[in-house]
Every structure is written in C-alpha cells, then in structure tokens.
Design a protein around this ligand. Structure first.
Ligand code: PLP
Length: 335
C-alpha cells in the first residue's frame, strides 16, 4: 500500500481493513514548488459578520503560487510525486479553454522539469485563442486540441491507454486533478488550520477538494460545499468518490455526515454569472480587499454571506473560507 507525507485516515483505515503490513511512502517532489507558507489564514471583517458576532477567516490558497494556485496546487502535489516515482518524463492532462488546472499543470511541470501535454476541449481553438492557453504554451506545454466527441472520452480507460501508448513515459492526470492523489493532497489543508473551526466553506467542481476536506475532517467541523455546476447531485457524487477510496460505504457515509450542500449559488451553472454576482465580488473587494473570481470563489463566498445573513445563533463561531484560487480570469471586474 502507498502512503503519503503524513498518511491520512483513508490509507490507515484501508491498511487495517485489508491487513496490509507494508506501506511505502510517497515523498513530495521539489519542496520549493510545493510550499504552502504563503497561504496565510487571515481574519476578515465585514459589518454583517460583526453584527452576527462571527469570526470569519480566509485560508488564502490563492497566494500559494502565482500560477499553480489554490486547490490545483494541492491536487498536483502527490500526482507529481507519483509521476517522479514512476520515472515519468512528462505529464498529460485535460482541460477546457480557460482551465485553471491546465495552467497550474503547465507551471508546475516547468518548475519541476517535467514535459507537459494538455489535451484541450475544442478543435476550433489554438495556442493563441486566449490568455490561459497562451500562458500554458509559453510555459512549454504542448497543446493538443480535441473535438467534443474525442474530449468526451477523457474518462475512458481504453482511450487513456491509447494515449499512453502514443506518449510512453507520460503520467496521466485526469481533468481538474480529480483522482486519489488529488484528494490526499486536499486533506492536508486541515494541518494548516490551527484552531477548532465550526464551519468550513469551499467551492466545488469535480468534488476532489470537498472529498479531501470531508475525509480529513478529524476536528468534525461542519463542511459547507458550494457546487458551481447546475443540477449536480453533490452528495451522491462525493459518496461515489469516497466509496472508491475507502472500499467502505459506512466509512464514506460517516465522512459525509458533517457535509452540507448549498445548491442554489451556481448562478445558472458553470462559468455563468450575472451583474448581481459581479457587484457582490466588487463589494467584497472594496470592503476587505479579498479578491474573488466569478467561476468558483465568488459563488462560494456569496453562499457563505447569505448563509450568515439567514442564520441565528452564530455568536462566537469560527468560519473558515477556503480560497481555492482561480483568479487568473478575474482582472476585468476587480480593477
Ligand atoms: C478547480 C477549482 C475548484 C473546484 O475544485 P474541485 O476539487 O474540482 O471540486 C474550486 N475553485 C477553484 C478556484 C478552482 O480552480
């Protein structure tokens, strides 16, 4: 069985369950890249929070690295360690035209000496289509543009096998960094919250980050998950992911006991927004200099704000907002 930096509940439990005695450690690569010291935990103040008597802290994972920011960094950490362990020469992965994950992968690979290939959704695009793709390409990522049909096969094992045959010595990371190693990396967020939090809020896309939070929640905080996808059965999706890791339906149900979903803050779906959301993001920036984006963190912080507004008895409670990063496309409304 493989273990990581400091193990984690999942690995220990699985080892016990399967009576596994030998545990191999995976050691993170290049600590100068995988260093979280810039992710401070800062208290922010707003009239609403003062009126309700709550303490709100923001875990600034957006500050970890200029390009490998937020949860994308956490999800890459053990994937790159695994790639190094496998003596891979490069990484290939998948993403849309504005993917934070593609950019993070391109930057992390450049700094750790891996080659990188990004399979991008949309055969009509090219390396000059937008800033994200331009930056990826400048960082040395080879971009391969796929039509929707082929991109739709990105989770198919046979298809991945074909790509591995075409690119031997490349390690595959799924879209969004959504795999086991990604979840393990996200569990580590807890180590950097030095007090007992009552509530933790985070945006959700693939569920990797929220599953990491749920599985690493030894302090039994209430975890508030804000899906940015419309019509997404967040709890069912999280259960599926956690079942796959734990092989134990009761244990994953236990992990989900403290999870609350806020299903009504997606603003129409992925990357959709309205003037109300942009106004809210500008207001927060003006009041407390917290930069948010319109795809993920703006929606999650909006859900937090509304929840505080509609709750009683929050006096003295500590809320942590996990800033998952993703600010690369937010320049146009924060100026
Ligand atoms: C990718 C991303 C998310 C979604 O995280 P998942 O682990 O896929 O659920 C949240 N916030 C930001 C800023 C992101 O870039």
């Amino acid at each position: 069985l493989l273990s990581f930096g400091e193990g984690g509940k999942i690995v220990a439990h699985a080892a016990k369950l399967h009576k596994i005695k030998r545990i191999f450690a995976i050691v993170p690569v290049e600590n100068h890249v995988f260093d979280t010291s810039k992710s401070v935990l800062e208290r922010i103040s707003l009239p609403l929070f003062d009126a309700k008597g709550v303490e709100v802290y923001v875990k600034r994972d957006d500050l970890i690295h200029e390009l490998v920011s937020g949860n994308k960094w956490r999800k890459l950490k053990y994937n790159l360690a695994q790639a190094r362990q496998n003596k891979a020469e490069g990484i290939f992965t998948f993403g849309g035209a504005f993917s934070n994950h593609l950019l993070a992968t391109a930057a992390a690979c450049k700094e750790t000496g891996f080659r990188s290939i990004g399979f991008v959704r949309g055969e009509e695009l090219n390396a000059d289509s937008n800033d994200t793709l331009r930056k990826c390409s400048e960082l040395g990522m080879e971009l391969i543009f796929l039509d929707r049909l082929e991109y739709g096969m990105r989770h198919d094992f046979e298809y991945i096998k074909e790509l591995k045959n075409e690119h031997p010595n490349f390690y595959a990371i799924p879209e969004g960094g959504a795999n086991y190693y990604g979840v393990i990396g996200c569990q580590e967020i807890w180590r950097e919250i030095p007090f007992q939090a009552n509530h933790v809020f985070a945006a959700q896309g693939t569920t990797t980050t929220s599953c990491g939070l749920a599985a690493g929640n030894t302090q039994k905080a209430e975890i508030h998950v804000v899906p940015v996808l419309k019509g997404f059965d967040a709890l069912a999706e999280m259960k599926k992911v956690l079942d796959g890791f734990t092989y134990d339906s009761d244990l994953s149900a236990e992990y989900l006991e403290q999870v609350h979903i806020h299903p009504d803050a997606h603003f129409g779906g992925y990357a959709k927004y309205d003037t109300g959301l942009l106004e809210f993001i500008r207001m927060i920036y003006r009041e407390c200099r917290l930069p948010l984006d319109h795809v993920y963190t703006g929606k999650a912080f909006y859900a937090l704000y509304k929840w505080v507004e509609n709750s009683d008895d929050l006096e003295g409670e500590k809320i942590v907002f996990l800033h998952t990063g993703g600010l690369q496309a937010s320049g146009f409304y924060l100026e």
